[in-house]
Design a protein around this ligand. Structure first.
Ligand code: UDX
Ligand code: ADP
Length: 461
């Protein structure tokens, strides 16, 4: 393939939008079109209020939009023009049929592959960017070849490792770029073409080339290992609470062993986000599918520990508030699955709020980036009724408002602003005894205890 001039990305979500904005910014000679069937989403990408919040993203998009970065719903036109087509559509966990609750739902991937097959002419490089189960490339290839009259395709796997909230830094200076391709000459030429795009700003020794299946599996395994570290430290947090140990001190002590390392050892109310649970479930499903129940059970335990951590937190709140929260107001600080994002997918907050609402609590939510409609949608998805939710939930513009006349406050996202609020003022406005439950271990225990709070922090003896 000659020099890459045009790139198209199908799917303008948390992965497609930011990655394409970065490629456009780094490669002014390449035209990048991001397309999506969701008109509202595309309109938002073309407006002053982007559909996703990500530090540094606005500047990146505004700098390139209309020059070599375009957002459109004209999927066909973008496919026809492109040398490389990234597929960044969602791959949520299946909610129906075979593998429900475990396997990835590949209907969007298949839909995108069929769209490509229908209109593509000439040679195209198709890049799987979405997290997908191993051997999806093969399925994509089969669909393309069976349905296309004039196109020829090389399918590559190029999983994205960016984390939300730090996406721009992660993409500017990634630990590695992984490209999996077919070992044939054509396959390797496609790998080289994609590598040349990344090579504009990433040193070649950080671009790993593997076969397709290793690349696909590596993405699942990377997320599974990261999630496993969190479940491991969360399991220890429960043990710390039974002893005099402090989980942050333990994490620090073990993390200084260079063989262990210090990252992803922060005990919390549980990991969330669109990837960890989905990829673990996927790994469990694949292992079961290939007749490896021991492997499946091993990774299932990582999910189970995460579930338990969330339940344990909700139970702690209820028990501490004298075993009843019925009719009591509880302030919720943070609803996003982590700080610096407006994404709530699989956020621990959804489950903790669900538990407290089921116990009859009234909750007052403050999150700097998550709005009421998203919260309602997340809880309705769990089967809760909108009318009841509207009665039990209020939405607030500040930490103070959420805590006002509350019996307790639960910190569920580690937003920086929660560390520096005026705790004396918060305490004054609350019912006494006033409880503070820190699900993220970010609040200064000494400070808030001095103010008068009854304070609980995950994993503190
Ligand atoms: C993750 C991977 O990090 C990224 O490489 C992949 O591409 C997508 O999945 P993301 O889900 O955006 O990224 O965020 P991440 O920073 O990994 O956090 C995931 C969850 O784990 C969050 O809920 C976070 O709060 C939690 N977490 C993280 C902890 O509870 N403790 C930690 O030490 C780290
Ligand atoms: P991720 O976090 O993986 O980026 P998102 O759900 O945020 O996932 O984004 C995926 C996007 O892909 C959605 O905006 C959805 O509308 C889009 N999409 C799904 N199927 C197609 C398709 N066949 N053509 C174009 N866009 C699609």
């Amino acid at each position: 393939m000659s020099e890459i001039k045009k790139i198209c990305c199908i799917g303008a979500g948390y992965v497609g939008g930011p990655t394409m904005a970065m490629i456009a910014a780094k490669c002014p000679g390449i035209d990048v079109s991001v397309v999506d069937i969701n008109e509202a989403r595309i309109a938002a990408w073309n407006s002053d209020t982007l559909p996703i919040y990500e530090p540094g993203l606005d500047e990146l998009v505004i700098g390139a939009r209309g020059k070599n970065l375009f957002f459109s719903t004209d999927v066909d036109a973008a496919i026809v023009d492109a040398d490389i087509i990234f597929v960044s559509v969602g791959t949520p966990t299946k909610t129906y049929g075979m593998g429900a609750g475990k396997a990835a739902d590949l209907c969007y991937i298949e839909g995108a592959a069929r769209m490509i097959a229908k209109v593509a002419k000439g040679p195209k490089i198709i890049v799987e960017k979405s997290t997908i189960p191993v051997r999806t490339a093969e399925a994509i290839k089969t669909i393309l070849e069976a349905n296309s009259e004039e196109g020829t395709f090389q399918v590559l796997s190029n999983p994205e490792f960016l984390a939300e909230g730090t996406a721009i830094d992660d993409m500017s200076d990634p630990d590695r770029i992984l490209i999996g391709g077919d070992p044939s000459d054509e396959g390797q030429a496609a790998v080289a073409a994609l590598a040349s795009v990344y090579g504009t700003w990433i040193p070649d020794d950080r671009i790993i080339r593997t076969n397709l299946w290793s690349s696909e599996l590596s993405k699942l395994v990377a997320n599974a290992f990261l999630a496993q570290r969190i479940s491991s430290i969360n399991s220890i947090s429960a043990l710390c609470e039974k002893t005099e140990a402090d989980v942050d001190e333990v994490a620090n002590a073990i993390g200084m062993d260079s063989r262990i390392g210090s990252k992803f050892l922060k005990a919390s109310v549980g990991f969330g986000g669109s990837c960890f649970q989905k990829d673990l479930l996927n790994l469990v499903y694949l292992s079961g599918h290939f007749g490896l129940p021991e492997v499946a059970n091993y990774w299932q335990a990582v999910i189970d520990m995460n579930e338990w951590q969330k339940e344990r937190f909700s139970a702690k709140v209820v028990q501490t508030l004298f075993n009843t929260v019925r009719g009591k107001k509880i302030g919720i600080w943070g609803f996003a699955f982590k700080k610096d994002t407006n994404d709530t997918r699989e956020s621990a907050a959804i489950y903790v709020c669900r538990d407290l609402l089921m116990e009859g609590a009234n909750i007052a939510i403050y999150d700097p980036k998550v709005g009421a409609e998203q919260v309602y949608a997340d809880l309705e998805y769990l089967g809760m009724e909108r009318a009841k939710l509207e009665k039990q939930i209020t939405f607030c513009d500040s930490c103070e408002e959420a805590a006002s006349e509350a019996h307790g406050v639960a910190v569920l996202t580690e937003w920086g602003e929660f560390k520096t609020v005026d705790f004396e003022k918060i305490y004054e406005g609350m019912f006494k005894p006033a409880f503070l439950f820190d699900g993220r271990n970010i609040i200064d225990a000494e400070l808030v205890r001095e103010v008068g709070f009854d304070f609980y922090s995950i994993g503190k003896g």
